[in-house]
Design a protein around this ligand. Sequence first.
Ligand code: ADP
Length: 447
Amino acid sequence: MFKKILIANRGEIALRIIRACREMGIQSVAVYSEADAESMHVELADEAYCVGPARSIDSYLKIDQIIAAAEVADVDAIHPGYGFLAENSHFNEVCRSSGFEFIGPSPDAMEKLGDKNTARAMAIASDVPVVPGSDGLVETDNEALEAARGIGYPVLIKATAGGGGKGMRVAETEEMLIPALNQARTEAQAAFGNGGVYLERYVGNPRHIEVQVIADNYGNVVHLYERDCSVQRRHQKLIEEAPSPNLPEAQRQQICDAAVRMIRGADYSNAGTVEFIVDENDDFFFIEVNARIQVEHPVSEMITGVDLIKAQISVAANERLKLSQDDVQCKGHSIECRINAENPDKNFQPNPGKITKLYTPGGYGVRFDSHVYGGYNVPPHYDSMIGKLIVYMPTREEAIATMRRALSELKVEGIATTAVFHDRVLQHPEFVEGRHNTKFVEREFMD
Ligand code: ADP
């Protein structure tokens, strides 16, 4: 087993990994930017190294600085968390060639799955249903027009290097196709340095359902059931839950089996998520793989009792998975609300600044994964999530009640947060009945 791990990240996920390391008897090493000198991950890690100025491109994305810190601290492995360099196959490669185990899949699996168009081809090869779409990337306007006629409007143009909803455009009609195509290409080129796009049928009113998988280096792959992440704003998840409400058992089994096939076919090890959209007939279609730990992993931990970060570390250290599929039972219901430093009454405008007073909820069934404290200054340079409020109860109804109770206890003064918005969602009949889809927030809450 590893003796020392460097965490190439910040915020709550850095704390989550430090905690797992401490429980496993592994030393943890934090890296931080100048803006994060007062952060909890610096305080709680066994060692910490400053890797540069506030801007992430000068610090958390600076591969040479992170590798230098790993060398000075003499670690065995590097955990990338999520975001920043987590899905950068070049960083993955550099870690390994510098003699540090990368806690994640191989660079090859990461690169193939990171490209959505290649991942789509791999899904087809593994007999996993994909959204009907173009046969690979569309290179010319004519190719796009022809593919779209075959698919039928509306079509969705997607960047093969896409992420965070960038480089994604809907074309309702043929007249809209070429302008939307050009916009998507330009946006993708600017954001990812890759303007490649492909087309998919635009599925109306889908649910977003994803399957958590963990695999070792010996070909053992197990799923930890599914999560429903349909409460989204602008393709960004706000609330996640497990298991999914209103998914027939047969479909659930099929989705989980498909995810395992996909991961097996990609020769993938470590934790990963296979994402699907599910249409109004409960038919499901693969959309992408996230080759890393995800923000919403705790809800899967709660319903299965599996510590995903510890499992990631163990399989990266070349240990066999300690569980078989039959060992993984799904029990109870878990919900996570992302608490962001954003003002929901001002169109979710980011609201960084000093937290003058903080009281965090607790009690039966409540988990709060967060790096903030009273007096902490939320820096404007990074994403606005300040914590994840997670509840776990025997039933969905009880989980909703516990979440509402926990939200009412959370007191954050000095900055606006999304907590009040979550409470509105949790009371909405469509959410309460589990009938919501990815269009729900925009339809019901945005003017
Ligand atoms: P990104 O990696 O940019 O987040 P994804 O492929 O994961 O993009 O899709 C993000 C969200 O976009 C999904 O959760 C879903 O809400 C929506 N989406 C993706 N593909 C389709 C589709 N073919 N039809 C309708 N909505 C889609």
